[in-house]
Ligand binder design. Sequence first.
Ligand SMILES: O=c1ccn([C@@H]2O[C@H](COP(=O)(O)OP(=O)(O)O[C@H]3O[C@H](CO)[C@@H](O)[C@H](O)[C@H]3O)[C@@H](O)[C@H]2O)c(=O)[nH]1
Length: 321
Amino acid sequence: MSDVSTVFVTGGAGYIGSHCIVELLNAGYEVIVVDNFVNSVNDPDGGSVALKRVETITGKKITFYECDLLDKNALGNIFAKHKIDCVIHFAAIKSVGESMEYPLLYYKNNLIGMLNLLEIMEQFDIYQLVFSSSCTVYGEPTYLPITEQHSVGHNITNVYGKTKYFIEEMLQDITHANSKWNIIALRYFNPLGAHSSGLIGEDPIKPFANIMPLISQVAMKRLPVLTIFGGDYNTDDGTGIRDYIHVMDLASGHVAALNLLKRSHQNYKVYNLGTGQGVSVLQLVQTFEKVTGTVVPYKIVERREGDISTRCVPISGGGKR
Ligand SMILES: O=c1ccn([C@@H]2O[C@H](COP(=O)(O)OP(=O)(O)O[C@H]3O[C@H](CO)[C@@H](O)[C@H](O)[C@H]3O)[C@@H](O)[C@H]2O)c(=O)[nH]1
């Protein structure tokens, strides 16, 4: 198997991307980052503040480019300049609540971006890819905890999840057609937390609807009260249950996936990345209060459209498909 040492990272300035780069650099990989920097706090000298801080944390230099994946020529030019071994594709657009608003924009950015990347990879004879997928591909689960063998594509409640599902299908097809492809799709459950240095973390600049940054906003008094969606789910305390995974554990999962691609040909594999432990919204709030010593005022309202009740992975996942 080829020696993976330089990783091309799309969306490296994002929350998950930046934390993963820390682990990649610590594991001895070199990284080339592309990002369009539209959802990051940017540095006046170019790049993003998060990337600069990753350099501070690791003591290593990051090569980065401002590039949108819709610009295939620009992407090709970057590939032509470097000896890239492997790609991790984080870049995707998300919107508030990930409703069905603007589906065309989602499909265009997320699907064409992926296709451009795959075409350029093939052109440069690079076939190793780790793809950021999501537990949303499972839709409303028919059994719990969710293994990788659970059906995908049914009742997906948001367009973001659908793009992840469509891309997974595409990746599977191309590996069938050309066995040179060596791909792992990682289905993230709900990431939270920050690097222990506190230098990087989740602080979105665009409007967002995920629970953890909202809890932080309320704790910092930027928002008066946390709105908990639904107190009548069929769970112990009535609030929704998710599997929250620490972002640095997610990062380790990416390094493990890359190491696996490097060690042996995988063709196409999917893995869940979760903890195996379901946590309710109320438990999350109470734990946050206990750990930080800060009170988080909340009110329980109607369920949010498109939300499911419970989603978690088994303690030891299956891993094969
Ligand atoms: O203001 C809020 C926001 C969320 N929740 C609840 O908190 C839990 C988690 O919600 P959220 O952080 O929005 O995540 P999910 O709804 O589980 O799904 C998100 O998280 C997945 C894993 O990252 C992504 O793949 C999905 O696209 C994304 O919608 C759910 O029970 C929500 O009902 C609230 O009660 N109040």
